[in-house]
Design a protein. Structure first.
Length: 221
């Protein structure tokens, strides 16, 4: 059963062996997935639509550019799809390298069909989680846009874990003023507790202590 979040999505099968592509196409379509087949990495990178939710079954050894190179180029092209690497016997070292580079899983040929479908189900779920995360991040940025620059700065400092006195010192204001801004932030964000305010802050990308130190280069004892 294909998850609702993936309906309209596609499984890209990238393998230079026609028999493998046909076999996977049959298996995946029978399981309810839409499939696109590619005989090499170059064609996949040129033809894949980044706007369509997708997972990729990617052969690790192919003529031209191999699976590891395709995986690297996917990142550069913004093809943010979960990858399951397809490997032959003796490719374990390469498979480990692919997972270190972000592949979700690797499957050895000949495939265990049930294991492959389980791995694809995990990839589809991961893709849905990514979509949910992007939606949350977009919502959080909209909420943060309600704040003034100073209110956002105060929330950023709080998300970094700094106490009011430290934030006040770095911003050149009083600790009492920090408390006022904090109250304003919670009111504008419509949250009842500080933990909820922090969730919005983190979703919008606030709370980077290194960036705070770079933006507020002061010496603390």
């Amino acid at each position: 059963m294909v998850e609702d979040a993936f309906r309209g999505g596609v499984i890209h099968v990238v393998d230079d062996e026609e028999s493998i592509r046909r076999s996977l196409d049959f298996l995946l379509r029978a399981a309810g997935y839409r499939v696109e087949r590619w005989p090499n990495g170059e064609d996949f990178l040129k033809g894949a639509d980044r706007t369509v939710p997708a997972c990729v079954l990617l052969d690790i050894r192919m003529p031209g550019i191999d699976g590891l190179e395709v995986q690297q180029r996917m990142v550069a092209q913004g093809l943010d799809f979960p990858v399951i690497m397809l490997t032959g016997h003796g490719d374990i070292t390469l498979a480990v390298r692919s997972m270190q580079a972000g592949a979700l899983d690797f499957m050895e040929k000949p495939f265990d069909r049930e294991a492959l479908l389980r791995s694809i189900a995990v990839a589809v779920q991961q893709l849905g989680n990514r979509a949910a995360l992007r939606e949350h991040q977009g919502w959080a940025r909209v909420q943060i846009a309600k704040l003034t620059i100073r209110e956002r700065e105060v929330l950023d400092g709080l998300a970094c874990g700094y106490p009011n006195k430290t934030i006040a010192f770095d911003l050149g204001i009083s600790a009492r003023t920090v408390e006022v801004y904090r109250a304003n932030v919670m009111e504008k964000l419509g949250v009842a507790n500080f933990a909820d305010a922090l969730r919005v802050a983190f979703g919008a990308g606030l709370g980077d202590a290194q960036r705070w130190r770079d933006d507020h280069p002061v010496c603390r004892k």
